[in-house]
Design a protein around this ligand. Structure first.
Ligand code: HEM
Length: 461
């Protein structure tokens, strides 16, 4: 071969080799693709498609088209939505340190920036320990009789009125139980003031955050300031009185790391906020599902009447509430079907490689609890209300009514307890029927039967 041909062959071989190496290196460093999906219009994205219809239609049509991980843009935020149990677990549990909780700034201003849900890391872990200490079974077993007294007086106040709005009444019940678990049973003098201010704060919660006189937001911010003052007074009284009760305020005040009064107030308001509408919505759905399913109502009533007979005029005990498997399954199935929190929010704190896709820093990530609870892959005949399905434990990560991982609900035992106590007295003493249209669902933001479920209630003969 001519030297020139040898030179040319070597040159071509070197070029081919370099090009292939270059391709290999660049493919190793090629960024992963974004998840499939559409981002809609600039800024408004697909907000209208999401909110102009039942949100489930939006989510399920996306899942059908793009699979269980898809991107979209709503309310000015670029989002990745996750509809598979594994993906939800990866964000909430396994890689929780890469995804921080995220809320609009106006919500942080209203509740208080020191509240548990806004944090990660050491401050969050310490608060969580204090909250769990006050709401674990050993702490709340001592307040069963006080919860029972609140349940009985609520039911007695409904009955003479005949027609009530279930959600409204359940909110009052859940508020009173929340105050009991936070402050204990004794201090009552400031409760009315707390209630007035909290209700004003709540009215502003979903309003436009415009802080000028005359707006709901402005009234809410004033009420928030007053709440802080009332709570500072309660804390200072409590310091003088010294108590060894096991309620939440005591747990916060005895923290070795020393929370400031402001941080305590932020967390007291945060817990009322987390405890109230959630528990009241679940209770409202329970009354609806029981009224629509007479066989289930009959089974619950039989279980509760047996407990009533066995307790021979004594009040309910913690042990009684552990012997309610049928009612417990009704609560589980209600939380699955109603999925009152359709999803939660996190934000990627850096670019994250996630199950073959890239989630850019700052994007919101939403595990879709409702889709997971309503997927036929996780629950057979998912639209059917069938508490007996919980006779067998659900597959891992498919049942997340209280979330999962570092931010999962620390109040779940208290929520279940107060629901069991109310259902015990309701089903053993009262009957009720639903009034008005019964198929609609409102999202505000929790899923709720239309108009808060108006019912007629009367004492059993
Ligand atoms: C049936 C009623 C309830 C439901 C369905 C519920 C649901 C949830 C869910 C899904 C989360 C996690 C949210 C997330 O990961 O972003 C959560 C967090 C939380 N819940 Fe509940 N909850 C209920 C009742 C309560 C009660 C009664 C309390 C307190 C007495 C409470 C206190 C909290 C707190 C403080 C957090 C934040 C925890 C953290 O960030 O570490 N919840 N709840």
């Amino acid at each position: 071969m001519e030297p020139i041909s040898i030179f040319l062959s070597l040159l071509i071989a070197t070029i081919i080799l370099s090009l292939s190496l270059l391709k290999l290196v660049s493919s190793r460093h090629a960024p992963l693709p974004l998840p499939p999906g559409t981002m809609g219009w600039p800024y408004i994205g697909e907000t209208l498609q999401l909110y102009s219809q039942n949100p489930n239609i939006f989510f399920s049509s996306k899942v059908k088209r793009y699979g269980s991980i898809f991107k979209t843009q709503v309310l000015g935020c670029r989002c990745v939505m996750l509809a598979s149990p594994d993906a939800a677990k990866a964000v909430l549990v396994t890689n929780a340190d890469l995804f921080k909780p995220t809320f609009p700034a106006s919500k942080e201003r209203m509740i208080g920036k020191g509240a548990i849900f806004f944090h990660q890391g050491h401050y969050h872990a310490n608060l969580r320990k204090l909250v769990l200490r006050a709401f674990m079974p050993d702490a709340i077993r001592n307040i069963v009789s006080h919860i029972e007294a609140i349940a009985l007086s609520s039911l007695q106040s409904w009955q003479p009125r005949h027609l009530i709005t279930t959600f409204h009444e359940m909110k009052t019940y859940a508020f009173n139980v929340a105050l009991l678990s936070i402050f204990g049973k004794d201090e009552v003098s400031y409760r009315d003031d707390l209630k007035t201010c909290y209700y004003t704060l709540e009215r502003g919660y979903n309003s436009l955050p415009i802080n000028v006189p005359g707006t709901l937001f402005h009234a809410a911010m004033k009420a928030r300031k007053k709440l802080g003052e009332i709570l500072a007074e309660v804390i200072s009284l409590r310091r003088e009185r010294k108590s060894d009760d096991s309620n939440l305020l005591q747990s916060f005040m005895s923290d070795a790391e020393g929370l400031s009064d402001e941080q305590i107030a932020d967390n007291v308001i945060g817990v009322i906020f987390a405890a109230r509408d959630t528990t009241a919505s679940v209770l409202t759905w329970i009354l609806k599902f029981l009224a629509q399913n007479p066989t289930v109502l009959h089974a619950v009533t039989e279980e509760q009447e047996a407990i009533m007979r066995s307790r021979e005029n004594k009040g309910l005990s913690w042990e009684d509430t552990r012997k309610m498997p049928v009612t417990t399954r009704v609560i589980q199935e209600t939380m699955r079907v109603a999925s009152i929190l359709s999803f939660t929010f996190r934000e990627a704190i850096e670019d994250v490689e996630f199950q073959g896709y890239r989630i850019p820093k700052g994007w919101k990530v939403l595990p879709l609890f409702r889709n997971i609870h309503h997927s036929p892959e996780n629950f057979t005949d998912p639209e059917k209300f069938d508490p007996s399905r919980f006779e067998v434990a659900p597959k891992p990560n498919t049942f997340l009514p209280f979330g999962s991982g570092a931010h999962s609900c620390p109040g779940n035992e208290l929520a279940k307890l107060e629901i069991l106590v109310l259902v015990h007295h309701l089903t053993t003493k009262y009957r009720w029927c639903m009034m008005g249209p019964q198929d609609g669902i409102q999202y505000g933001p929790f899923a709720l039967p239309q108009n808060g479920l108006p019912i007629k209630i009367s004492l059993k003969e």
